[in-house]
Design a binder for this molecule. Structure first.
Ligand code: PAF
Length: 311
């Protein structure tokens, strides 16, 4: 028998910067949430009380009590927020499938595309919600997160025909997430910018702003924008306003001193999300017969760097 509290609790999968920031947001607004931690099936009873520390945008420190439980615990899961890296998404959810209620809501907040559709095929009964954010955060140590940039966060249904429960919408509204009728358009817009800034900064081992300052990088940025935009336009996902280069220019200027997530992945010798960013775009380009030679070359350069890293 589950209490109402458990039914309304958000389980969080993925304790990187965004997962930890979202746990802090839920706790700040007294919305019940639990972290899920990896363990062996033998440690299925592991429930640990922990402290989550948030350094806010104003540099003030906040501390919250948080419960973390093993993915192999028994309780049913009704709401889950998935913030893992895109390439970990499917493997991370698999052990939790027996715990998911048929009517569970799965909110996916991560970079890249393709994994959401795969998950929807895997879990046809549950409702898949997609989310996107321009907020920025940085993990200082496990469960210690610094909120480094404010932004806009939105969510919506993968399948436009289904309704989101008003109770879920109300909870997400409390943490400042806006409901979007066409969340796919939001994700495509973010993906397009990621397709340009992330791999170019990773390959050239530079900060975001250098893409605009260095003439050689500026020319690559423009070329890649043209290729990406040819695909999004053919797919009827046009970039609003002045076009992709303008969007990239705005993001790279606003984050000019930052290193992109893909540059950081290569720097710290982790896998990158290239298959779910430029790889996803290339799949559509191939299907539509749109030549994207620079995008293709960039994918293989990133894969090479994943093996060899920076010298
Ligand atoms: O992935 C990132 O680092 C960000 O989304 C960025 C660089 C601002 C846009 O590509």
């Amino acid at each position: 028998m589950h209490t109402n509290n458990t039914e309304q609790a958000w389980y969080i999968l993925g304790t990187g910067a965004i997962g930890t920031l979202w746990a802090a947001k839920f706790l700040q607004h007294s919305i019940p949430c639990r972290l899920l931690h990896r363990s062996t099936p033998e440690q299925s009873g592991d429930v640990i009380s922990r402290k989550l520390n948030l350094i806010g945008l104003d540099d003030h420190q906040h501390s919250y009590d948080l419960v973390s439980e093993s993915i192999y615990c028994n309780g049913e899961i009704n709401r889950i927020l998935v913030c893992t890296k895109s390439y970990q998404c499917i493997a991370a959810i698999e052990p939790l499938i027996p715990r998911l209620c048929d009517a569970a809501t799965i909110l996916i907040l991560q970079n890249g595309m393709g994994q959401q559709q795969e998950l929807a095929r895997m879990l046809p009964k549950q409702q898949i919600l997609l989310a996107s954010t321009t907020e920025a955060a940085m993990i200082k140590s496990p469960l210690e997160v610094k909120h480094t940039g404010s932004g806009i966060s939105s969510f919506g249904c993968l399948d436009h025909s289904t309704q989101i429960s008003p109770d879920i919408t109300a909870q997400l509204k409390r943490i400042n997430m806006q409901q979007e009728q066409n969340i796919e358009a939001v994700l495509w817009s973010k993906l397009s910018v990621n397709c340009v800034i992330n791999p170019l900064t990773a390959i050239h081992n530079c900060r975001n702003g250098q893409l605009l300052q260095n003439p050689k990088l500026l020319s690559l940025t423009q070329q890649l924008c043209t290729e990406v935009e040819a695909v999004t336009t053919a797919m009827d996902k046009p970039i609003k306003a002045a076009g992709l280069f303008d969007k990239v220019r705005i993001v790279a200027t606003a984050t000019s001193q930052n290193y992109s997530s893909m540059q950081q992945d290569i720097q710290y010798e982790r896998n990158t999300e290239i298959d779910f960013i430029n790889g996803y775009l290339q799949q559509h380009a191939d299907r539509l017969n749109i030549p994207c030679p620079l995008n293709r070359q960039i994918i293989s350069q990133i894969k090479q760097l994943e093996l060899s890293h920076y010298p």
